[in-house]
Ligand binder design. Structure first.
Ligand SMILES: Nc1ncnc2c1ncn2[C@@H]1O[C@H](COP(=O)(O)OP(=O)(O)O)[C@@H](O)[C@H]1O
Ligand SMILES: O=C(CO)[C@@H](O)[C@H](O)[C@H](O)[C@H](O)COP(=O)(O)O
Length: 477
């Protein structure tokens, strides 16, 4: 009997790195089985390299992200890694990392197998970065794209660096998202490749012509040489240049995918499914009919945007900036206040206690609008708390916070709109959801539709599944 095909999926998320090994399972309705998975907190937050970007800058240390990736790979069964025939990579969209071609990493020998270590590479400026003010964004040229440009989007960040610290860009001749960087390093690509999923998340990309707004950008002095070449999501970017945790050298690596699209790909088993992903951020997505094309001119005030998916199709997405990160801020605040009172508590204990308290508090009148980061379509709408009564327990606050995250998303994309799109079921994904019973309860309460919950490493599963299906179709042809 032919050996079972196995693929590896990776998700370089904002808070954690996930990896999953998938095996073909012809007898399973999904066609696959998750053989092993791993998640490791990246703890990659770092001070902005450019001091002028503070305090709104949000950057991550690439070496910590790769460290978490190496820990994930090291934790996966070697006997399965040896049989990997394809690697799919996804990650946090919008962000940008810069490197020097040919010097972006080093394969260090010495251990059991070579390990990927970053070398001449910048910090990752993430999607949560707020350095581009509304005034700065208004000063940029109008894109020829159906998506508006927001702070934290790759092209906006590059324009900001060009204006405020031009010296910063001089040493680099390549740029991409963190997952484009990892694909380029795994394959030793001379130039990064980028799927339209990630290019659209940078701004100044036209999904219909599948091209950057090169003339618009060039005429504004933008360093267009930094823009990656574009390739189909699901196509092969290259082959691994080294043995990697016993994954054979020469293994196919797919062009990197957006984490949202990869999560949807693993969870959306029916075209009438909507996918609710709650991770650092939160997104509610549903597929648009084939042939759908978004309006050419974006409406920055619109809460729903249309993201490229696969094969020229689109997802209708409400993407809130305020998801698991708001819970994380609440937990961090409690840890800080407890320290101010002279006590020390572990974050993990606080998470379990607030969830436990909220489970006990089955309902609340307290109302929290959780938009501490504003929203892209409402940048000035910050968070608020109303209907505070004398019974202000931890359970009330935690329940109201989880409810607020879900209700805020529904205010962007109401159930009525989902039903008009033909949605009949909601599938939940993301670790913030899978680890939080109260969030699950609030999701089930908010949707008058059947709700099910996917894996907790969905984007990694989705990235692996794309490569598994590609490999199987290659073998059949
Ligand atoms: N111990 C925990 N218990 C419950 N939820 C947690 C815990 N630790 C982190 N979280 C939640 O998980 C979120 C991160 O989810 P994750 O899927 O790792 O994000 P990403 O995919 O964006 O990296 C955090 O923002 C936080 O809300
Ligand atoms: O903000 C949007 C889209 O505009 C999101 O889909 C965005 O891709 C994701 O939130 C980021 O990639 C971060 O994802 P995650 O780390 O929260 O999983």
């Amino acid at each position: 009997m032919a050996a079972r095909r196995i693929t590896l999926g990776i998700d370089l998320g904002t808070t954690s790195v996930k990896a999953a090994l998938l095996g073909a399972a012809p007898d399973d309705p999904s066609g696959f089985e998750v053989l092993a998975s791993c998640a490791r907190a990246a703890r990659a937050e770092a001070a902005a390299e450019s001091v002028v970007a503070e305090p709104q800058g949000r950057e991550q240390d690439v070496s910590r992200i790769l460290q978490a990736l190496n820990e994930c790979l090291a934790a996966l069964p070697r006997q399965l890694l040896r049989r990997v025939v394809g690697i799919g990579v996804s990650g946090q969209m919008h962000g940008v990392v810069f490197w020097k071609t040919g010097q972006g990493c080093e394969w260090t020998e010495g251990g059991i197998s070579p390990v990927l270590v970053p070398r001449a590479v910048s910090r990752l400026v993430t999607w949560q970065d707020g350095r581009c003010s509304s005034e700065f964004l208004a000063s940029l040229p109008q894109p020829k794209s159906h998506l508006s440009v927001a702070t934290g989007f790759g092209c906006a960040t590059i324009f900001w660096l060009l204006k405020n610290c031009p010296e910063f860009l001089k040493p680099y001749d390549a740029a991409g998202t963190i997952h484009d960087y990892v694909v380029a390093m795994l394959c030793g690509l001379p130039r990064p490749l980028m799927s339209d999923q990630n290019a659209a998340s940078w701004g100044y990309f036209n999904t219909q012509s599948q091209s950057w707004n090169v003339e618009i950008l060039r005429s504004s002095g933008f360093p267009v040489h930094l823009l990656p070449d574009i390739a189909e999501p699901g196509s092969v970017a290259g082959r691994t240049s080294h043995v990697w945790f016993e994954i054979p050298k020469g293994t196919q690596v797919g062009v990197a995918l957006g984490d949202l699209q990869a999560s949807v790909y693993s969870c959306m088993t029916l075209g009438t499914d909507a996918v609710l992903n709650i991770s650092t951020s939160v997104q509610l997505a549903a597929s648009m009919p084939s042939g759908f094309q978004p309006a050419e001119t974006p409406d920055p005030a619109a809460p729903v945007a249309y993201f490229p998916y696969f094969d020229g199709t689109y997802l209708g997405v409400a993407a809130s900036l305020n998801g698991g990160n708001v819970l994380a801020m609440f937990v961090h605040m409690l840890v800080q206040w407890t320290a101010d009172l002279g006590l020390e508590v572990e974050e993990s204990m606080v998470y379990s206690r607030i969830i436990q308290a909220a489970v006990q508090q089955t309902d609340t009148h307290l109302t929290i609008t959780p938009t501490v980061l504003g929203e892209r379509h409402l940048p000035d709408q910050l968070a608020s708390v109303t209907r505070i009564s004398p019974d202000l327990s931890l359970g009330h606050v935690a329940r109201a916070l989880c409810r607020g995250i879900v209700q805020n998303l529904l205010s962007m994309l109401p159930v009525r709109q989902l039903q008009e799109w033909g949605v009949q079921r909601v599938v939940g994904s993301g670790s913030a959801l899978s680890r939080n019973e109260v969030l699950k309860q609030e999701v089930q309460r908010a949707f008058p539709l059947p709700v099910s919950f996917g894996h907790d490493v969905d984007a990694a599963v989705g990235a692996a599944l794309v490569m598994l299906r590609r490999n199987l179709s290659q073998k059949e042809s």
